[in-house]
Design a protein around this ligand. Structure first.
Ligand SMILES: Nc1nc2c(ncn2[C@@H]2O[C@H](COP(=O)(O)OP(=O)(O)OP(=O)(O)O)[C@@H](O)[C@H]2O)c(=O)[nH]1
Ligand SMILES: [Mg+2]
Ligand SMILES: [Zn+2]
Length: 310
């Protein structure tokens, strides 16, 4: 039998079969699954083959179908463990807000780099626009322009007030949609706004830390009534990047990659080389300062500057 993993709680998986029934499944011997060395061999969104145990209501997963794509996060501590957040994604929604808890461009750009590396299209959802004041709104317009110019889809939404929720839902039809972002930005609240029957638990923002409280603790997928799937995930603090060659980083910054042919050196890293089209573009204020700064930070392996927004 074939099914899609909707939920994983470590040793158990909730799998939806082709008739829409949900079955509890277990994984047969971990060593049998080849591929990525990750802390979780199976992720939400995986297509799996399983057999029902005779006389029991348990399915045994014996194969994971090849993934179309997947998005991972690497722990930022020394263990550098890899966790697959979800697989077979058609659209990744990065939920951000300039209200609390504010998302930095450093975080956004790291997420985008990972999505580019894994060929996953991204929509940036600016949530909580109901509480943007004039100053935030101005900052937001600037930030949105940066990402729209690069070609990323941006949407302004309010889970609370319902702004642009119907359009958002419509764009999710017949696709597998992933929601990611910091804790407290409103991922679960957006799921509820899209479909109140999902009844996701939401949490307040801690007053002393001005951060979310990690209300959602594991990734879970849900069906929408328009044929779409939506994956709610736990908030992430930072996005440890996958390993890649420094020279390749420019490939994951489409705005800079487009300029590479005009750099003097075909393998220009836009750091110290002369006649660099990227630096020229930066000087002429065509390339965003924050994009270049975040590129440099990632290039030199530095952490995210939490205050790096424009
Ligand atoms: N004003 C306003 N508040 C919102 C909006 N969306 C969410 N919130 C509030 O933000 C808080 C956090 O929302 P959640 O949906 O729990 O956030 P989350 O991203 O799922 O957080 P984690 O599960 O911890 O990752 C809640 O108090 C929500 O009511 C919005 O559009 N406007
Ligand atoms: Mg949540
Ligand atoms: Zn260059």
């Amino acid at each position: 039998m074939k099914g899609i993993v909707f939920k994983s709680t470590g040793s158990w998986y909730s799998v939806r079969d082709s008739d829409g029934h949900f079955l509890d499944c277990k994984l047969k011997g971990l060593h049998r699954i080849k591929g990525l060395r990750a802390t979780n061999p199976i992720a939400v969104g995986d297509m799996v083959l399983f057999e029902m145990q005779q006389g029991e209501n348990i399915g045994i997963i014996h194969k994971i179908e090849d993934r179309k794509n997947y998005i991972i996060r690497k722990s930022i501590n020394l263990s550098k463990q890899i966790q697959i957040i979800a697989a077979n994604i058609d659209m990744a929604y990065l939920v951000v807000t300039l209200a609390l808890p504010r998302t930095s461009t450093g975080f956004i750009d790291r997420f985008l780099v990972t999505a580019e590396a894994y060929h996953i299209p991204v929509t940036i959802l600016f949530n909580k626009i109901d509480i943007y004041d004039k100053k935030l709104l101005e900052a937001h317009q600037k930030m949105k322009a940066i990402y729209e110019d690069i070609g990323y889809i941006c949407r302004e939404v309010s889970a609370l007030r319902g702004d642009n929720i119907a359009e958002l839902k419509e764009s999710m039809a017949d696709k597998t949609n992933l929601f990611s972002g910091h804790s407290g930005v409103g991922k679960s609240a957006l799921l509820n706004a899209i479909d109140p029957s999902l009844d996701r638990k939401t949490g307040e923002i801690s007053e002393s830390y001005l951060k979310g409280k990690h209300t959602t603790t594991f990734a879970e997928m849900f069906c929408l009534d328009n044929g779409g799937f939506i994956i709610d995930t736990p908030g992430i603090k930072e996005f440890g990047l996958i390993d890649f060659k420094k020279e390749d980083l420019t490939h994951y910054f489409p705005d800079m990659f487009a300029l590479l042919p005009d750099c003097k050196f075909y393998n220009c890293t836009h750091t110290n080389e002369p006649h660099c089209a990227v630096k020229k573009s930066l000087e002429e204020k065509r390339l965003s300062e924050s994009r270049y700064r975040n590129y440099i930070n990632i290039f030199y392996g530095e952490g995210i500057d939490e205050n790096d927004w424009e």
